[in-house]
Design a protein around this ligand. Sequence first.
Ligand code: ZN
Length: 114
Amino acid sequence: MTIITLATHYEIEDCIHCGFQFGLPVEFVDRRRQDHASFFCPACRKNMHYPAKSRIEKVEEKLRRKTECCDFYTTRTVDLQDDVAHQKARVRGYQSLAARRQRELQTAKGEGDA
Ligand SMILES: [Zn+2]
């Protein structure tokens, strides 16, 4: 004679409508917490569901927020790099203009001395 022992773990649930306590397999509870689908109380036959976000949903939401934050700062960094390049070009332009004016002054001074 062979004896097979199977173990199923149950989570005790309280009906939100009638207060009846009943056991649900842990795997079933995990699935319902993930998909938020309804299930029925075996006593009053009214439906129940788990509206709270699951741990996976919370982690996904946190990841989405971090990704959005990262995207924002990446875009901001590119904008600032473009601004720095623009300002450097302006500085080069002013330096070039200043050098030209200085040469013109030296030329005018040289002509005035002659
Ligand atoms: Zn009930």
